[in-house]
Design a protein around this ligand. Sequence first.
Ligand SMILES: [Zn+2]
Length: 201
Amino acid sequence: MWPWEHLAVGYLLYSASARARGRVPSENAALAAALGTQFPDLVDKPLSWTLDVLPAGVLSHSVFVALPLVGVVLLVARRVGRPEPAIAFGIGYLAHLPGDVVPSLVFESRPRYWFLLWPAVPRPGVDVSDPIVGPGAGAGLLTHAAYYFEGYVGALLGPRGALYVAVELAVLLGAVALWLRDGRPGVATLAALVRSRRETT
Ligand SMILES: [Zn+2]
């Protein structure tokens, strides 16, 4: 899925979890959830798309990395008495993983989920023109992003595109509505960061 899709799904899940526990997402927790939703791509895509150092193109998309990593983050956060941002990060991160299976479920004949279980499940078709390889590892972030965006637009124009767009819009609007209702958590911190940067330049 694309960054905005991960962000919307992760925020919806985190906010729902916070509300179920009688809380409203705080500034730090909302930002941690947002970071968690992007974390696997922030790690794996530069390592693979730019640096070409991941043999299968994935690392943090695997549950064998994600679960221990989230576990350590939760433990450390608990130790320092700040568990909520870690919970938010963990929910955002773990929501990302099944999210990346969704496009193949909708647009392809078979769901693509090997990366969740790598290295127990090897990456299929590494040596041929596998669509996951795209322009080839190491080709660069922009080249890969352009390649996948072209495929995404093509899929949206296909037979299931309208349904996908309708569901995506509903999820995006739902996430924005919930975030507004939560009091726009994260904005004040980001605005303060931008202000302090401006003052130092
Ligand atoms: Zn991803």
